[in-house]
Design a protein around this ligand. Structure first.
Ligand code: KG4
Ligand code: ZN
Length: 335
């Protein structure tokens, strides 16, 4: 079975062609065009501009994915597309394009929730998770804990009450004068820093629910940056290390709490922040302490940030096929 996946929920224009043989999912070709460097100039994503870039890039990106994968439209079994959540202008470009292609090529159209799609990066070219499984989604707009009992069956455990973890990375990076997207920038700088120099609160430390909160951490960072102590302080890296530490610790505490409370042996992480090396290393060692039979799944970094491969992968398991005339982009779609 071969699926074309299309993803345009924010500033990435992405398409991928994946195949599934004997339950093994393989990437034939995966292409991501990003307008992030353009957005970087403004310190964040300008929705109108992101949508205009989607229009320019999407057809060439789809063409490149199919040609390089050496898959002609008649060999495709279905088209999977992100229909929400995200920026409405960006989503519309992907959704309307997928509707037209599904109609003219006469292919089934599979609508994918972007949040669920992120988790399916854990099914690509690897031994996938088994159910039940705790899922942590950490992206620019979301920080959510979900308990999956099967494909399409899940219980929402909790999420952020304000900012998302990725958003906190991005906003703190901006306070430190670093460009967008801030997560990778803070992470790089943090490697040279000493996290013990600045004491930051660990968000929601000790709380026994599955919620998160990052606006307080952002305010604490803003207070430090605007303080006399920081004026002329030469090692921004120390503060970057403290920020990364606080975010990573708060995420790991809640994942472990959920795995213990529900006695789950499979844990998966997804979303852009899952590309963070410190999160990966620290979570690996905490998961190890839960016992040898507990398994952690984190996708390779390039499948953590937005891409079409995860959308195609989700398409192999999504039972719903929709009439192309009926599909509508939904910017506020949730779990
Ligand atoms: O999943 P994603 O590509 O887009 C959304 O669906 O939001 O996530 C983007 C977020 C941004 O906030 C970015 O700063 C963060 O993921 N991110 C990282 C890293 N790479 C991307 N955060 C921390 N460490 C990284 N290495
Ligand atoms: Zn995403």
């Amino acid at each position: 079975m071969i699926i074309l996946g299309i993803e345009t929920s924010c500033d990435e224009t992405a398409a991928a062609v994946l195949s599934m043989n004997d339950e093994r999912i393989t990437i034939l070709f995966n292409v991501v065009a990003s307008s992030a460097s353009l957005q970087a100039k403004y310190g964040g994503v300008i929705p109108e501009q992101a949508a205009r870039e989607q229009i320019k890039s999407l057809i060439p990106v789809i063409k490149e994915a199919l040609e390089t994968a050496q898959v002609t439209s008649n060999k495709l079994d279905a088209i999977a597309v992100t229909y929400g959540p995200g920026l409405i202008g960006s989503l519309l470009v992907g959704v309307e394009t997928a509707k037209v292609l599904a109609t003219i090529w006469n292919k089934p159209l599979i609508p994918i929730n972007h949040l669920i799609g992120h988790f399916y990066a854990n099914w690509i070219d690897t031994q996938p998770p088994t159910f039940p499984c705790i899922g942590l989604l950490v992206s620019g707009g979301h920080t959510d804990l979900v308990l999956f009992t099967d494909h399409g069956k899940y219980q929402y455990l909790g999420g952020t009450r304000d900012d998302a973890a990725g958003e906190c990375f991005d906003k703190c990076a901006r306070l430190l004068g670093l460009p967008y997207p801030g997560g990778p920038q803070i992470s790089k700088l943090a490697q040279k820093g000493d996290p013990s120099k600045f004491r930051l609160p660990i968000p929601m430390k000790g709380s026994k629910d599955f919620d998160f909160s990052y606006s307080g951490l952002k305010t604490a960072v803003a207070n430090i940056v605007n303080s006399k102590q920081f004026t002329g302080y030469s090692k921004k890296a120390d503060l970057a290390a403290s920020i990364e530490n606080a975010i990573v610790k708060s995420l790991i505490d809640k994942v472990i709490l959920a795995a213990q409370k529900y006695n789950i042996k499979q844990i998966m992480v997804a979303g852009g922040v899952a590309a963070n090396q410190k999160l990966k290393e620290n979570l690996e060692s905490r998961v190890k302490s839960l016992g040898e039979n507990v398994k952690l799944h984190i996708p390779p970094a390039k499948l953590c940030t937005d891409n079409g491969a995860m959308i195609a992968a989700a398409g192999f398991f999504e039972k719903k096929v929709i009439d192309p005339l009926k599909l509508q982009a939904d910017p506020s779609l949730s779990f």
